[in-house]
Design a binder for this molecule. Sequence first.
Ligand code: PLP
Length: 388
Amino acid sequence: MQIAQRIRPLQANVFADMDRAKAAARAAGKTIVDLSLGSSDLPTPPHVLAAIAAALPDPTTHGYCLFSGTQAFRQAAARWYTDKFGVAVDAETEVLLLIGSQEGTAHLPLAILNPGDFALLMDPGYPSHAGGVYLANGQIYPMPLHAEAGFLPRFADIPLAVLEQSRLMVLSYPHNPTTATASLEFWQEAVAFCQRHNLVLAHDFPYADLTFTGKPAVSALQADPGKTCTVEFFTMSKSYNMGGFRVGYAIGNAQIIAALRQVKAIVDFNQYPGIQRGAIAALTGSQDNVQTVIDTFRQRRDAAVVALDAIGWTVPTPEATMYLWAQLPEPWGQQSTEFCLRLVEQTGVALAPGIGFGKSGEGYVRIALVHPPEAISRAIAQIAGFLG
Ligand SMILES: Cc1ncc(COP(=O)(O)O)c(C=O)c1O
């Protein structure tokens, strides 16, 4: 038996190594404090759960759901988007239901790339972006992100020979894992660049609400209101704590949406209608819970930054996301995997090695603020013991 070549790049996965290390530490009697996954510990709002529960006994939710069955969700998503960002959206042609933004961003390259085409990806970046390019037999050009440049890519550094073979650029701000944010001016530059080079601009936007500045992050479509080349991916996972329910949506250029819809029509029958009803309740109901999420992560961020500072590990205070992006202290400089494996083995505290997000992530760890402040402070005290 032979397994397809395209699976090969997916096999080297430091997060799988971390998973094994966590299991081994647990088996050895350690209590695991898992700050390695961006999976929120906060509950789904009650009115969302109530909408899903009310749908369960309704037999009209029990069958396959075709595109026409997603109309109510698409309309709610379009309205939510227009209210928040001031860009008009046609729910019929410019919105697509997803089974999470991971699913959508992983399938997008199949809709855009021919085999051998380049996709321009952020390095470090979210693993589904690269994984989708591998599945589509595309090539990856990593755009390195550095602290000195605010973790924004320098488009001028992309070689012309690569650009000529490129079809897709994927960006994501507020950024996982670096926590960087991007201004409207940056997005205008990105849109102009993609227009000039005939690229699809995909913006993975899960942290749209998770900012600590008092206003939502900038949408790429605010820089491309005519939707000439842009598609944006939203998720219900972060703003509404619905990660386990697997629901998100893409909004943008109708031709891109139609192509992605064709790929998905082969792969899935859309998310369960009851979960769609829960998502509609989230998008159209009270947004108080979103503010609670923001306040909770702000409080955790502040507690973690202070506690790390107290042990001599200074990290920047992020303006967005649910993470800290911490440069490793010496002697761990360029050994993020080794650091995380040893740390979980000796203390039970799990962090995400920066190298897992790409070569330029080496030298950093990502700390997900997915436990209450006291637990995070205790974990940081254990890290202090580990660092000696
Ligand atoms: C950049 C980015 N994209 C996608 C996802 C996954 O989102 P979803 O739950 O919608 O698949 C995450 C989750 O952490 C993320 O950080």
